[in-house]
Write a protein that binds this ligand. Structure first.
Ligand code: PBG
Length: 323
């Protein structure tokens, strides 16, 4: 009888669909990015990222309790310092915003894994991810600052550090610095294949980190490149990265898939600000079903090969997954 094969048989009921489902998104897959700012009692909405806030330390402590109650295992912290300077000193200030926030969060919710973003762009007056000389972002002199920043996060109690600057050699430099300060057990999640993407637009409002001149194309990857991502990831693993990240996620699902195939380390993917804001905006216009699109987006990132997903949707997705 024609047709002999009927794939629709396995789609007939929700019960059968559940049995043959290949990708299951779990709350354990989610990492929630949070923005800590100076001051007290501050909880300032980020207009281009509905549902996200810049929060002072006292406020973020309240918010992380909610994250823990939703069973989300980890957050990644970004800091907005009171003052910025040429070399981003706020990044390694023992009493900087991130350092203070780590301590307060670990005191309040020790079970929550605190990852920190290690980068200079939120702390430098020019907004670039490293030291600038004559309009150029210098690689090797920046490494020393990143080392100091990573060590100061570890000293404050961070569970993991995540360098996002895209300087060459930074994973090894950070590994060396952590080890020589006794932090041999702090893992490094490297933003290994990070592209110079326009999808970071809303984040730059959130972190007040837009470059004041030029762009990041001399250090972040060129979006058309695929093979080069494998090279970046291989180098980071060689240098000691424990987890490698692909960023952004949605326009780079092929890269996630390639990295997953080629390497045996956990792969993270960053569902970035622009990807989040697009969904929020379309949902606000009534053009899409917010929750279904959100879950489809996150599931697609996992299906491509991500073992974990950094996403601003984490609380909403966690709520849905556990309802
Ligand atoms: C800092 C950093 C950026 C993001 C994470 N870490 C911005 C950038 O490189 O310009 C982007 C995150 C997002 O868009 O959600 N270097």
């Amino acid at each position: 009888m024609f047709p002999f094969h009927r794939p629709r048989r396995l789609r007939k009921t929700e019960g059968i669909r559940r049995m043959v489902r290949e990708t299951i998104l779990r709350v354990d897959d989610l990492i929630y990015p949070m923005f800590v700012t100076h001051g007290k009692g501050v909880k300032k909405p980020i207009s281009s990222m509905p549902g996200c806030f810049q929060e002072s330390v006292d406020e973020i402590v309240k918010s992380v309790r909610e994250i823990v109650s939703l069973n989300i295992p980890a957050i990644i912290l970004f800091g907005i310092p009171e003052e910025k300077d040429e070399i981003g000193s706020g990044a390694f200030d023992p009493h900087g915003v991130v350092q203070d926030a780590i301590k307060a969060i670990k005191d309040a919710t020790p079970e929550l894994t605190v990852i920190t973003d290690v980068c200079m762009c939120e702390y430098t007056s020019h907004g670039h991810c490293g030291i600038v000389k004559d309009g150029e972002v210098l690689n090797d002199p920046t490494l020393e600052l990143l080392q100091k920043e990573a060590v100061s996060h570890a000293r404050a109690g961070a569970d993991m550090v995540a360098p996002s600057d895209m300087m060459d050699g930074r994973v090894q430099a950070i590994r060396d610095a952590l080890d020589s300060e006794g932090f041999t057990d702090i893992p490094i999640m490297s933003y290994a294949a990070k592209y110079a993407s326009a999808f970071y637009g809303p984040f730059r409002e959130a972190a007040e980190s837009a470059p004041q001149f030029g762009d990041r194309r001399s250090y972040q990857m060129d979006p058309p490149n695929r093979r080069e991502a494998l090279k970046e990831v291989a180098l980071d693993i060689e240098e000691g990265a424990d987890i490698v990240m692909v960023k952004p996620a949605l326009s780079y699902l092929d890269i996630i898939s390639d990295v997953k195939e080629a390497f045996d380390v956990p792969v993270a993917a960053y569902n970035v600000s622009g990807e989040y804001s697009l969904v929020k905006a379309a949902a606000e216009m009534g053009w899409i079903d917010h929750d279904r699109v959100m879950m489809e987006v996150l599931t697609s990132i996992k299906r491509a090969g991500a073992d974990m997903i950094l996403t601003y949707f984490a609380p909403e997705a966690a709520r849905l997954l556990q309802s």
